[in-house]
Design a protein around this ligand. Structure first.
Ligand SMILES: [Zn+2]
Length: 197
């Protein structure tokens, strides 16, 4: 299927296609629609720019914490206060955004045809894709609650022969690598390494 046609068939009201892509797995999009590369690169770059802005917010929060401690803390509780505030307001934000930047940089490099770093081979990627998704997600009659969004009624369908999933609620399509990235919080390289062992 051509990417344009694919976009037309998706729900236009829900997504702004001119600016973004549907929430499909990276490898799925890349392989199914080679002509979408430019759009994908732009999207990943935009996400990186946004994440860099958020990292500035993390710096700002850190300065604020310093300031707060300077004004409020006694010598005894200074370190403890710093630790708590940093753990709540800085570390989660920073690690989430840094992970996103790293992941997207990898995606862009991969779209540019740069060989993935970390020493993984195409053979390993192929093997990782064959890792049964049903070993990572508990399906009942090939249906489970989606791992990409919160839900009570299961809408994630498992296609055993293709070893792929599709969520009829959030419309995410994914392969074993996408699943491993999501449930283990891994980047592409580490997900491939884990599944191809
Ligand atoms: Zn879903």
């Amino acid at each position: 299927m051509k990417f344009d046609l694919f976009l037309e068939q998706c729900d236009l009201a829900e997504y702004h296609w001119k600016e973004s892509l549907p929430d499909f797995g990276f490898s799925y999009l890349r392989e199914t629609f080679p002509e979408a590369k430019k759009l994908m690169k732009d999207m990943y770059q935009r996400e990186i720019d946004e994440a860099r802005e958020s990292l500035k917010l993390a710096d700002e929060r850190e300065r604020f914490i310093d300031d707060l401690i300077f004004r409020k803390a006694s010598k005894e509780n200074e370190e403890e206060l710093r630790m708590i505030l940093t753990a709540v307001y800085v570390t989660p934000l920073r690690s989430e955004k840094e992970r996103l930047i790293k992941r997207n940089a990898f995606y862009i490099a991969s779209l540019n045809g740069v060989a993935p770093k970390g020493g993984i081979t195409d053979e390993q990627i192929a093997r990782a894709k064959e890792y049964p998704i049903s070993d990572m997600v508990a399906f009942k009659k090939n249906i489970a609650c989606c791992i990409f969004h919160k839900e009570k009624t299961p809408s994630l369908h498992y296609y055993y022969r293709e070893n792929r999933c599709y969520c009829f609620s959030c419309q995410k399509a994914c392969d074993a690598i996408d699943v491993a990235m999501e449930i283990y919080g891994l980047d592409f390289i580490h997900a491939v390494k884990k599944l191809s062992r």
